[in-house]
Write a protein that binds this ligand. Structure first.
Ligand code: IFM
Length: 477
């Protein structure tokens, strides 16, 4: 690598969060419980029985948080809207106070010259909709389209970039098959129905947004498309790879980007469902033109036909559990890829990000790609002088940004990168035990301290240049 590499002019440098992970204020201004409120208040579901009641109190501290982002030279901030704040039961009229919060947040961002990038759904379904059947029910997709319309009307005059759904794989398969995420159901057939209805929600939501947004609006979906590798080149392992690739990726990008589910996905899962929940016209409704595609990446997945390694449900990238997130795949074994890991136990493999970007760039060369999440959790602690030194996170980010740059140099159209996460927050089933933030949060006082990685990332955001090597940081002790 030369001394430093330069990203294309206009490359968007941002950081990301999501509503339930940061907002708190769960009972304020008309908000009612989401599935994550219910799940996290169910004993034993979240580490240390923690919940997002207060989270990092962003609902009350958003002004200071935006000022902090400006101080860190962020050009963009990707956040999600809490459905239960805006349309508390998932039905009926919008609650103005809920919408007003997001209008104030967007105004504050724009005042500081930070572009707001809005995600409509980052897993916090209103509990009433789950009580009515949740994502396995078709009606939820129609409810989502109505909610998209409401948020589009409220923020459309000031937000250009939108994503409908974040990581539908997690919402469907961790929520309804392994049950390690809300709503905690363990029904693999229901997870496949949920996946389809999340796809439908994206399609109907996109159409609803197009109706109410100005023509400059840029619409997308954010997928945690997974980089799946076969343990060996044996035909059995390659077939295991194909099957998991369909369950992780094809089940979403097939209908969303190519207009059909992979044929072999339907046959692989035929023992669980006949897919009759896919109705005439659904594929057309789902395969809406979009303007960009969000890709979230953390670590690759290695599989083999059972017998090649440890069997049974994999301790998945988002939490283990007794039940597999992968429907009709109990005969497939998952392997920890070699190499250093973050404290999530996730192997660090920046080549995976390069592979992901170039794969989607080939699949849909017409779509601009954005890395909408990438980052790492470490056991960060303030030094005696109060600084938070996180050289491991800097090394992780450096290696992954170099991979993004390599993909761009090789011709991929990547429009920007969002670090996950702006600040430490509620890491789902892991509670507050895993810190992904570039900014350290003292949960007792809610004090925010930018970590060394935040200052380092600010330099890259400011200059668009990635130095050849990450800096060497000495810990004071
Ligand atoms: O914290 C999550 C985020 O909500 C979705 N993508 C992965 C992150 C790290 O697990």
């Amino acid at each position: 690598m030369p001394e430093s590499v330069t990203f294309p002019p206009g490359f968007l440098w941002g950081a990301a969060t999501s509503s339930y992970q940061i907002e708190g204020a769960v009972r304020e201004d008309g908000r009612t419980p989401s599935i994550w409120d219910t799940f996290s208040h169910t004993p034993g579901k979240v580490a240390f029985d923690e919940n997002g009641d207060v989270a990092v109190d962003h609902y009350h501290r958003y002004r200071d948080d935006v000022a902090m982002m400006a101080g860190l030279d962020l050009a963009a901030y990707r956040f999600s809207v809490s459905w239960s704040r805006v349309q508390p039961t998932g039905r009926g009229p919008a609650v103005q106070r809920g919408l007003d919060f997001y209008r104030r947040l967007v105004d504050e961002l724009l005042t500081h010259g930070i572009e707001p990038v809005v995600t409509l759904y980052h897993w916090d379904l209103p509990q009433e909709l789950e009580d009515a059947g949740g994502w396995p029910e078709r009606e939820t997709a129609y409810r989502f389209a109505e909610y998209a319309d409401m948020v589009g009307r409220a923020l459309g005059d000031r937000v250009v970039r939108w994503a409908t759904v974040n990581e539908p794989w997690c919402a469907a398969f961790l929520g309804y098959s392994s049950g390690v995420h809300a709503p905690g159901r363990t029904d693999p057939a229901a997870a496949l129905r949920a996946a389809h209805h999340l796809n439908l929600a994206h399609g109907l939501g996109t159409s609803a947004l197009r109706q109410v947004l100005p023509s400059r609006a840029q619409l997308a979906v954010s997928l945690n498309s997974q980089v799946i590798r076969a343990l060996t080149d044996s035909p059995a392992d390659l077939d295991a790879r194909r099957r998991i690739d369909h369950l992780a990726n094809g089940v979403f990008h097939g209908p969303l980007l190519q207009g059909a589910y992979p044929e072999t996905l339907l046959s692989d899962t035929a023992a669980l469902t006949d897919w009759s929940f896919v109705r005439d016209g659904d594929l057309k409704a789902i395969n809406q033109p979009i303007d960009w595609l969000g890709l979230n990446y953390y670590t690759p997945v290695v599989v083999s036909a059972a017998g090649g390694g440890p069997k049974g449900p994999r301790a998945d990238a988002h939490g283990g559990g007794e039940h597999s997130p992968w429907p009709a795949a109990d005969d497939i074994a998952f392997h920890q890829p070699p190499g250093e890991r973050t404290v999530m136990g996730w192997t660090i493999d920046p080549t995976g990000l390069y592979d992901l970007i170039t794969t989607y760039s080939r699949l849909r060369p017409d779509l601009q790609l954005f890395v909408t999440e990438n980052g790492a959790a470490y056991d960060d602690k303030p030094e005696t002088d109060g600084q938070v030194l996180d050289p491991e996170r800097i090394a992780y980010l450096h290696a992954h940004l170099a991979a993004v740059h390599r993909a761009v140099s090789d011709g991929a159209d990547v429009g920007g990168y969002f670090l996950w996460s702006l600040m430490d927050n509620f890491e789902w089933a892991w509670g507050y035990s895993k810190r992904f933030g570039a900014v350290y949060v003292d949960y007792a006082t809610q004090a925010r301290t930018p970590k060394a990685s935040a200052h380092w990332y600010a330099g890259i955001a400011r200059t668009g240049q990635l130095p050849a090597e990450p800096p060497v940081l000495g810990r004071a002790g």
